[in-house]
Design a binder for this molecule. Structure first.
Ligand code: DC
Length: 221
């Protein structure tokens, strides 16, 4: 409490359009955008590259101590760096999406990322999107949004995104991946995805980007 900077927390299911909305808000309000999912994806990439076994607590802790994550923001885009390497594109690939929910369910991983996220929001105005931002990371955020959308619409959007990037994938595979991630994200023990009691629900199945942006702007204090 007693924070002077503003925080907008956007939580919700995978591929609901959280990051599109968060980026638009950051641009409009001149806030810093932080994609917390990208941080869990960065950890997943490190674990996969280094063959970290997820049930070996010591190995996980050692790996976490060797991970440095930074964001570099320009007016055009925000990039994420893992130990100095730009991994913004690699973390969007399917092999990361297939493993990220298991990695982000590990308690030590969550503690480490939550501490980093809280540090990033200590003094700057930020928009952060994720699964536990309004419940765990910033329970005192100025505005909390919980996004949902029809699962078929979400799968189609993500499928087109991946296709455009040249990934060989079927719509069914994308649908399965989203359903699997929803299941793990909502049932894990450590800060599962739930709506904060004071979060406003935004169902964007039928809303365009401008309407979503206005929905949040109307709710700013
Ligand atoms: O938003 P995304 O799809 O890039 O997130 C990737 C994964 O990271 C998602 O399956 C769940 C996890 N995640 C999380 O557990 N907590 C967050 N605050 C953000 C993401």
């Amino acid at each position: 409490m007693g924070r002077k900077n503003n925080i907008i927390a956007i939580d919700g299911y995978s591929s609901c359009g959280k990051s599109t909305l968060a980026k638009a808000l950051a641009k409009r309000l001149h806030y810093l955008y932080i994609d917390s999912g990208a941080m869990y994806r960065a950890v997943t990439l490190y674990f996969l590259r280094n063959g970290v076994s997820l049930d070996d607590e010591q190995e996980v802790n050692k790996a976490l101590a060797n991970i440095r994550i930074d964001f570099h923001a320009t007016p055009e885009k925000t990039s994420i760096f893992l130990n100095g390497e730009d991994i913004s594109d690699e973390i969007r690939q399917m092999h990361i999406s297939d493993n990220v929910s298991e990695v982000s369910a590990i308690k030590a991983v969550r503690q480490s990322m939550v501490a980093l996220q809280q540090e990033m929001g200590r003094s700057r105005d930020i928009v952060m999107d994720g699964r536990d931002i309004g419940t765990t990371v910033f329970p005192d955020a100025n505005v909390k949004i919980f996004m949902t959308a029809d699962p078929n619409v979400r799968a189609e959007r993500r499928y087109l995104e991946l296709k455009n990037k040249g990934e060989q994938i079927t719509l069914e595979e994308v649908f399965e991946n989203l359903a699997h991630r929803d299941y793990i994200d909502t049932t894990r023990e450590e800060s599962p995805l739930v709506r904060a009691h004071d979060a406003v629900i935004l169902d964007n199945t039928e809303l365009n980007e401008e309407e979503q942006l206005q929905f949040v702007l109307d709710r700013l204090p």
